[in-house]
Design a protein around this ligand. Structure first.
Ligand code: PEP
Length: 240
């Protein structure tokens, strides 16, 4: 199981970020440092990258360099030894109006630069009949992964139904498993199998154990990643 902690746009002060990161570091047994990934805001990445806990950026651009004011290149992440990048989070789709095609373009460039993208997807509304249609229209631009040169590349696919994010209403495990199987079928038919399937949406220290399943390889945790009490309990699970 891999645990990805997404701090989103928090905390606002460098000292708080250092204290939170230190708390993670102290709560983890040294042998388990690599079982988690922390995704802090960009500015904090260089503060932590030598500590041994893998880090993820929360976004990157689909060009390597050039006149793209305000963007961060995958090459820059690489030069800071950042190995992971979250792409297509629903909050970026919502507030930065990122499209499926843009997310796929970013993922392609990230992979070409040996970063592992954590690609987020998931339906907006809890309408069962539209769920699969929405999910597969989000994933369609990722068919570039079926090219031979990508077949051995590792990616994370994070199923995050938007209605479950930050709402206290996680998606029931049976539904998560159903999506995991559909994804397996979708990518498996083209022999693209080198991915991990993650679930994210209102996970916390009380419910995360319910999501341990042979079909779920890990978790994406938002709100709970900022609360030390929650972090402590979740990391106790990681250590056990
Ligand atoms: C997220 O934003 O990726 C997420 C899973 O958030 P939360 O855990 O707060 O639902």
């Amino acid at each position: 199981m891999i645990f990805v902690f997404n701090w989103k746009m928090n905390p606002t002060k460098k000292e708080e970020a250092k204290s939170l990161f230190g708390f993670y570091y102290q709560s983890l047994k040294k042998k388990n440092l690599k079982k988690i990934i922390i995704a802090p805001p960009f500015l904090y990445l260089p503060l932590f990258f030598k500590k041994g806990i893998p880090l993820a950026a929360q976004n990157c651009f689909y060009q390597g360099k050039g006149p793209y004011t305000g963007e961060i290149s995958p090459l820059m992440l690489k030069s800071f030894q950042i190995k992971y990048v979250i792409l297509g989070h629903s909050e970026r789709r919502r507030y930065a109006k990122e499209t499926n095609e843009e997310v796929a373009k970013k993922a392609k460039v990230a992979i070409e630069n040996n970063l592992t993208p954590i690609i987020c997807f998931g339906e907006e509304k809890k309408e069962k009949n539209l769920r699969e249609k929405n999910i597969f229209s989000q994933l369609k631009p990722f068919s570039f992964l079926f090219q031979k040169k990508f077949s051995q590349k590792k990616i994370f696919l994070a199923y995050e139904p938007v209605w479950a994010i930050g709402t206290g209403l996680p998606c029931p495990l049976v539904e998560v498993e159903r999506i995991a199987l559909k994804i397996k079928k979708f990518f498996g038919q083209e022999n693209f199998t080198n991915y991990l399937f993650l679930y994210g949406g209102s996970l916390n220290s009380n419910n995360i154990r319910n999501y341990y399943s042979s079909l779920v390889d890990g978790f994406l945790i938002g709100g709970a990643s900022l609360k030390k009490k929650e972090v402590k309990k979740i990391l106790t699970l990681v250590n056990s």
